[in-house]
Design a protein around this ligand. Structure first.
Ligand code: F6P
Length: 366
């Protein structure tokens, strides 16, 4: 089977994250040097497939990119070829068309035997569409949110947690000086993994995640009790997807041209206002935003990305089809690619890290 495979494509889809270049490098180097394959970079995720922006990658192209953030191929979190935006209607709403056929022509033109799709749930659902049209797609799980079903961890997550932890540590010292409550809003969409891990690592006093809707009154009591016991500041790490038990998530913007149109953001500011109003305690908010996705990956993410990229190539060479590379119980292995499409892996309420945090006095808002 392996001798039938000669040319493979590679794309990065969805929001970027640290470690994408490390996967691209691992794929290109192992495919070219180890297996004598040709590797073709597809620009800007599925958009490059639609627009036929595909060109060969050499080992020189991927040399020196291991430590670089972002992706040398570019990415897009707005392109789903099965629902491609071709214009705007009189009502101002986008007009969609299925342009999968156009992509299939471009795949055939470049004689790609398989495509490695590096991305999150949206990218895997895009890949599933091509799988249904007979294209061999191998998925590599990426997202700072760590919310991909099927894998214990995605690369990029550990770096995002590190960045958020560093920010929370810095917030700690200024909070202590000014005797304030400080709210730090982190990313994660509907999953609280970044908030949970960075919150625990930084010793945040309160951690609020989407999976546990919070009780504002109890948070205010908790902060006031801390004050009464001489702790004149409080650090609250809140996930952008968190919400009060009697309210909804805060949506920063809706992008109708994106397959996942909701952009969350603003719950931190809302919570800070609520705390100040109820307690009179001066409260400030910091929104970390895209800084969590930028810059050089941690060594752990470079290693994970390298292992994932090499495994993806091995799968193709072995003649496997439509697999998703995953990490399970510390082993790099693989599963069916459709398993990760259009689903999100959220924090279970009985996650051992929640229990450990509660044991050291961290409050989860209920
Ligand atoms: O999925 C990664 C992520 O950074 C989420 O944590 C966040 O909600 C979203 O992407 C932001 O998307 P955008 O880059 O479109 O603002």
């Amino acid at each position: 089977m392996s001798n039938l495979i000669k040319r493979i494509g590679i794309l990065t889809g969805g929001g970027d994250c640290p470690g994408l270049n490390a996967v691209i490098r691992a794929v290109a180097k192992s495919a070219i040097m180890q297996h004598g394959l040709q590797v073709f970079g597809i620009e800007d995720g599925f958009l490059g497939l639609v627009q036929n922006r595909i060109s060969e990658l050499t080992t020189d192209d991927v040399s020196g990119i291991l430590t670089r953030g972002g992706t040398i191929l570019g990415t897009s979190n707005k392109c789903d070829p099965s629902q491609y935006v071709v214009g705007t209607g009189d009502d101002g709403q986008p007009i969609f068309r299925d342009v999968t056929d156009r992509c299939l022509e471009h795949i055939a033109y470049h004689k790609l035997d398989a495509i490695i799709c590096i991305g999150g749930d949206g990218t895997m659902s895009g890949a599933k569409n091509f799988v249904e049209h007979g294209v061999n797609c191998i998925g590599v799980p990426k997202t700072i949110d760590n919310d991909l079903v099927g894998t214990d961890i995605t690369f990029g997550f550990m770096t995002a947690v590190y960045i958020a932890t560093d920010a929370l540590d810095r917030i700690h010292t200024t909070a202590a000086s000014h005797h304030r409550a400080m709210v730090v809003e982190v990313m994660g969409r509907n999953a609280g993994w970044i908030a949970l891990h960075a919150g625990v690592a930084s010793g945040s006093d309160v951690i609020l995640i989407p999976e546990i809707p919070y009780d504002l009154g109890r948070i205010c009591e908790f902060i006031q009790e801390r004050s009464a016991h001489g702790k004149r500041f409080s650090i609250i790490c809140i996930s952008e997807g968190a919400r009060p038990k009697d309210g909804g998530q805060v949506v920063a913007k809706v992008d109708p041209t994106s397959p996942d149109p909701i952009r969350l953001g603003g719950i931190g500011e809302q919570l800070a206002d609520d705390i100040t109003q109820r307690t009179g305690i001066e409260t400030r908010t910091t929104v970390l935003g895209h800084v969590q996705r930028g810059g050089t990956p941690l060594p752990a993410d470079r290693i994970l990305a390298t292992r994932f990229g090499c495994h993806a190539v091995e799968l193709i060479v072995r003649g496997e089809r439509n697999r998703l590379v995953v990490m399970r119980n510390h082993e790099v292995t693989d599963t069916e690619i459709g398993e990760a499409a259009d689903k999100q892996r959220t924090v279970p309420p009985d996650d051992p890290l929640i229990r450990a945090a509660e044991s050291v006095g961290t409050f989860f808002g209920i």
